[in-house]
Write a protein that binds this ligand. Structure first.
Ligand SMILES: Cc1ncc(C[n+]2csc(CCOP(=O)(O)OP(=O)(O)O)c2C)c(N)n1
Length: 278
């Protein structure tokens, strides 16, 4: 049952269940994005089980905070978090990517299951978030907006246009999180086109910046979201250093698991490592 908490042991157990559920769903679907789902689990669990003002039993509540998954391909992690929070039954996760399912390989706008925006074409989520955050301010609403970006999206010009707009509009109700797992589609970013010095760039564009050395550490994440909420006059970005494939040794920092689902054997290894019988 959903309950917001700052208890680290509870958040860790939720993250373990979220990983198990998303891996089972990907395995059943036989396709999908494993690495970038696993890297963002703690970020999403912190948001949905601690930070966001939301109510899974009233997903259309007007005053809810909004979350936009700009890195839409990582949606197995979001579906798993939403199911574990009670937006829809966990059994539905096994319909991932099946014809007729609400749970497609990239998220489609569907408030009833907690999906605030259609994403998957990378580089657009921050612009959408800007619009929602600006509208909230214009309406005098105390709504916060959170956007999760991949580091690969920071290679895209459209993202930097959005970054400029958020600062110009002083969107202090907006918090971006970068899942800095240092891998993109075809391998390590520093071998393809790296984005460093990434914190300096956001700073230069007028944002308040916090870098987390370990983006899987719940107390660091809780502290950063708390500081983001208290920051006035500018948007806030959390650059969370993460590990692609986090939580399963055979997937960690392995570029090849970007866009493939676990095989039968790999699922068994993963579930064993996560303390769950296959
Ligand atoms: C505009 C656009 N171009 C290309 C793709 C195909 N694509 C899917 S994931 C991905 C990159 C994955 O790397 P990153 O964005 O850093 O995500 P993560 O490592 O967090 O999975 C690409 C290029 C896309 N979804 N959208």
């Amino acid at each position: 049952m959903f309950e917001k908490t700052k208890e680290i042991s509870v958040l860790k157990e939720v993250a373990r269940n979220v990983r198990i559920d998303l891996l089972r769903a990907l395995h059943h679907a036989k396709s999908g994005h494993t690495g970038g789902s696993l890297s963002s689990v703690e970020i999403l669990v912190t948001l949905y089980f601690s930070e966001l003002r939301h109510d899974p039993t009233h997903p259309r509540w007007e005053d809810r905070d909004r979350f936009i998954l700009s890195k839409g391909h990582g949606v197995p992690a979001l579906y798993s978090v939403l199911a574990n929070a009670g937006y829809f039954p966990r059994e539905d996760l096994m319909t991932l990517r099946k014809p007729g399912s609400r749970l497609q390989g990239h998220p489609e706008y569907d408030l009833d299951i907690g999906i605030e925006a259609t994403t998957g074409s990378l580089g657009h989520g921050l612009s959408a978030s800007n619009g929602i955050a600006l509208a909230a301010k214009m309406d005098g609403k105390n709504i916060r907006v959170y956007a999760l970006l991949s580091d690969g999206e920071l290679q895209e010009g459209a993202t930097w246009e959005a970054i400029t707009t958020s600062a110009y509009r002083k969107l202090d109700n907006l918090c971006a999180i970068v899942d800095r797992n240092r891998f993109q589609n075809d391998g390590a970013m520093d071998k393809i086109k790296d984005i460093e010095p990434v914190a300096d760039k956001w700073l230069a564009f007028g944002w308040e910046v916090e870098v987390l050395p370990d983006g899987h550490d719940f107390s660091s994440l809780l502290g950063a979201f708390d500081r983001a909420r208290r920051t006035k006059g500018k948007p806030f970005v959390i650059i969370a250093n993460t590990i692609k494939g986090k939580g399963v040794s055979i997937f960690e920092n392995q570029g090849k698991y970007h866009g493939v689902a676990p095989t039968d054997d790999e699922l068994e290894i993963a579930l064993n490592e996560l303390g769950e019988a296959a």
